[in-house]
Design a protein around this ligand. Structure first.
Ligand code: IPE
Length: 274
């Protein structure tokens, strides 16, 4: 029986209330957790690494304290204190949202284990530099669902930074070689005509992307980790290295869409080598 490994992200905009800081969308989270549980029950060969964003938990503080940018090269004492105070604030918010996610997964009966990125990852210039994947691999081998999330990270060049779920997935993809990455958010996919949103792009190939055929839409709200343009760039860099990999950007706002995506039905925009 061949197993299929999928990296699935639940975007911050999907699982938090954008209008009200620090508010999880609990019903949505429960619905998503149940769809994941159904998919795993229906597809015994499916192995998942789950990731989630930060939404209205992490991004506002991250912007205020410039956490992703890191410390300036020669910080004053005050700058240092300000930076690390913000780092702890963003850590707290990311962790707080993770608790809500883990509660929802637990209540849906999923054997999920959170692996806090800050405890395992160090970065260099905002890229994963070291990450001991032993525990994550052991969790997968045990049939558990390891969960990671966008988090503050100690960075060897900048002191600190933030790595998004996609940044973490990029490293995981290179080491675990999944066939699919699913990025679930609020946006139905990549639009030909953003912000009018009348023509969804069903499929983007690496050549079309490289030829500049797609102009990524801006994020609808404050996003310190780059929004849609950064997603496309990262995913196509991976697809360039691993032509068997496909990535899907889709909305999980409509009930059942996440399950459909996990079942390989057509949803959103597919990014592929050919
Ligand atoms: C952001 O992670 C992490 C923090 C701001 C702490 P992501 O980039 O994965 O999150 P979303 O999906 O944009 O909210």
């Amino acid at each position: 029986m061949t197993t299929e490994l999928v990296l699935l992200k639940l975007g911050g905009s999907l699982i938090t209330d954008k209008e009200t800081p620090y508010t999880p969308r609990l019903e949505k989270l429960h619905e998503l957790a149940h769809e994941i549980a159904s998919a795993l029950a229906q597809m015994p060969n499916l192995h998942l690494v789950l990731g989630h964003g930060s939404g209205s938990f992490g991004h506002a503080a991250a912007r205020l304290y410039r956490t992703r940018e890191g410390l300036s090269p020669t910080p004053t004492g005050d700058e240092r204190r300000f930076y690390w105070k913000g780092f702890a604030e963003v850590w707290y918010r990311a962790w707080q949202l993770n608790r809500f996610v883990m509660d929802a997964l637990y209540q849906a009966g999923l054997p999920a284990i959170a692996l806090a990125p800050i405890s395992a990852v160090t970065s260099r210039e905002v890229r994963v530099w070291r990450w001991d994947l032993g525990p994550l691999r052991a969790a997968l081998d045990a049939g558990l669902v390891p969960v990671v999330y966008g988090d503050v990270i100690f960075d060897e060049e900048r002191g600190g930074t933030i790595l998004s779920t996609e940044d973490l997935f990029a490293y995981l993809a290179r080491h675990l070689r999944p066939r699919r990455i699913l990025l679930a958010g609020l946006e139905a996919g990549v639009w030909e005509d953003f912000p009018a949103r009348t023509r969804l792009v069903r499929r983007i190939t690496l050549d079309a992307y490289r030829a500049g055929a797609v102009r990524a839409q801006a994020s609808a709200w404050v996003d310190v980790t780059g929004g849609m343009a950064a997603k496309l760039e990262l995913m196509f860099a991976l697809i360039g290295e691993m032509p068997n990999l496909t990535a899907h950007i889709f909305s999980a706002e409509e009930s059942g869409n996440l399950l459909r995506a996990l079942r390989r039905e057509e949803v959103g925009t597919e990014l592929a080598a050919l």
